[in-house]
Design a protein around this ligand. Sequence first.
Ligand SMILES: [Zn+2]
Length: 84
Amino acid sequence: MGGVRLVSCREFLELFLDDWLEGALPARRWRQCDRHLDLCVACAESAAAYRTTVRMLRRLGRTAGSEPLPEEMTRAILARSRTS
Ligand SMILES: [Zn+2]
């Protein structure tokens, strides 16, 4: 096997989700994540929930620029979407 390697759920949620939302991933990585989201409903739902929250917070002006979400908030979102 060579070339494209699929990202795991853990990699996507912990390593790539922020950059994926920002559109900051390299093209190859972006395609890996898109493919993962096509195949994995759980991550697609987590990504949607996360994106909604990020937008809401930005609108409230709590996160300036590219400042990341507090880690505990990220965990809460992901934990909730995993169990629902
Ligand atoms: Zn997944």
